[in-house]
Design a binder for this molecule. Structure first.
Ligand code: MRU
Length: 358
């Protein structure tokens, strides 16, 4: 049992742990208005690709009850658009919105109460599926981790970035739970410090040995032979295996290639975008200059300095050793292996649906 939760549906409201305040304060926020949930995604109260998708699904379920004319598709579309406009890179957001839209289309004729109930059920299903997928993915990923390995991750792809358990941290947790005695290097992940504030916090809670470093130390430790493998999450993985993830991931992948350190990506199939042919087509979010000029509330750069703040970068698939999903491990050629894994699930779902209907 975890001592915290990332996001839950409680008595018709969405409740989230405010990740901006971690690790010093554990404050849960309750949202009864969908606009608050959308704002929370934008402002990073909740972040991490799968968690963003789950928040959008629960937010839409909440918002549906606030619509005056729920049977009007234009109103429902406007509600979805509010969420689609929050953060552009994580494909889980659009994947979850599409699933909610599918439920709406199938139930629109059934009347207000039934529509709302089905939307709520779907959002809770997305929440539950995410945790189950992460646990399965973790077990697949653990097969890649040797006993006693030192693993480097980047950003936070833990329980906080998902509905629970985590993707990259899920792999590390699964290895730990199997008694492999792993330890973890955690780069702080400027500018938002997801590594220092969130991953270090999660690993401390789990009792997994962790060493916090600054981002610029990664090369040094690889050169010293201190890192056995890298495991990171992803916000969107393109059909050819190019991986968008937190800024700095690409640098880490280049360093890993230079030092022959395997570079693994933990990607639930909800983070794989087969409609996106390559990483060049992935929209990269540009965030506020203040995140760079300030650390927490402290200004660290001269007022008025020009700033660039891309929140993500793209690691080309040639630098990726394997992509771990909840349906198995994809390897080069990723174009083929990823599409087989994603379609495998689609086929299983279709068959299950047909069985349920008969
Ligand atoms: O800007 P963030 O904190 O939402 O970015 C999060 C990441 O880059 C994670 O590595 C990614 O979403 C995978 S989370 C399982």
């Amino acid at each position: 049992m975890s001592s915290f939760f990332t996001i839950e549906w409680q008595d018709g409201a969405v409740v989230m742990l405010d990740q901006r305040l971690l690790p010093t304060q554990e404050v849960y926020r309750t949202y009864r208005d969908y606009r608050g949930v959308a704002r929370a995604i934008k402002d990073m109260v909740i972040r991490g690709a799968p968690a963003i998708g789950v928040a959008a699904a629960l937010g839409i379920a909440l918002g549906a009850r606030q619509l005056k004319r729920i049977d009007n598709p234009a109103e429902f579309e406007r509600l979805c658009q509010v969420f689609a406009a929050t953060r552009p890179t994580a494909v889980n957001l659009f994947w979850a919105i599409k699933r909610m839209g599918g439920v709406y289309a199938r139930t629109r004729a059934l009347g207000r109460e039934a529509i709302c109930e089905h939307l709520e059920r779907e959002a809770l299903q997305i929440h539950a599926e995410d945790i189950a997928a992460n646990r399965r993915l973790g077990r697949y990923g653990a097969t890649l981790i040797a006993k006693g390995a030192t693993v480097l991750t980047h950003c936070n792809a833990g329980a906080l970035a998902t509905a629970g358990y985590g993707t990259a941290l899920g792999v590390i947790r699964a290895a730990w739970e199997q008694g492999k005695k792993v330890s973890v290097f955690v780069p702080e992940t400027r500018p938002f410090l997801q590594g220092a504030r969130l991953t270090a916090w999660e690993l401390s809670k789990l009792g997994i040995p962790a060493t916090l470093i600054t981002d610029s130390m990664v090369g040094h430790f690889m050169q010293k032979g201190a890192i056995d493998c890298v495991v990171v999450g992803t916000d969107r993985t393109a059909a050819n295996g190019d991986v968008a993830n937190k800024i700095g991931t690409y640098t880490t992948a280049v360093l890993a290639a230079r030092h022959q350190v395997p570079f693994y990506v933990a990607a639930p199939t909800s983070s794989i975008d087969l409609h996106c042919a390559s990483g060049a087509l992935i929209p990269i979010e540009e965030r506020a200059a203040r995140e760079v000029t300030h650390v927490l509330r402290q200004q660290i750069a001269p007022t008025g300095i020009r700033v660039a703040n891309p929140a993500f970068d793209v690691t080309p698939h040639e630098l990726v050793s394997a992509i771990v999903t909840e349906r198995g491990i994809a390897r080069d050629p990723f174009g083929q292996s990823l599409s087989e894994l994603v379609r495998k699930g689609g086929k299983a779902k279709k068959e299950k649906g047909e069985k349920e209907r008969t």
